[in-house]
Ligand binder design. Sequence first.
Ligand code: ZN
Length: 92
Amino acid sequence: MTDQIRCRDAVHQLWGYLDGALTTGNQEALESHLSWCLRCCGELEFARELRGLLQRRASPPLPDDVADRLERFVDHLDDPSGPPNPTVDHRS
Ligand SMILES: [Zn+2]
């Protein structure tokens, strides 16, 4: 049985996973996490999209501000109370 990793750890490893840069153990732990964590599966799709976009634009690796934003996003995901509800403001 592989070690259980938390959502935050899984998301932090996504980029390495997409790069094929993880060790076999880390990759298996991440895949096992993704197999039961739908929230992270959504993250994986998100990361794939973002990464594909960056590649098409031939940009340098993830800019600091984007990495920063991802970190904060992950912090919300890892919050026991869950991500904040999207605020739909009908008053415009
Ligand atoms: Zn997860």
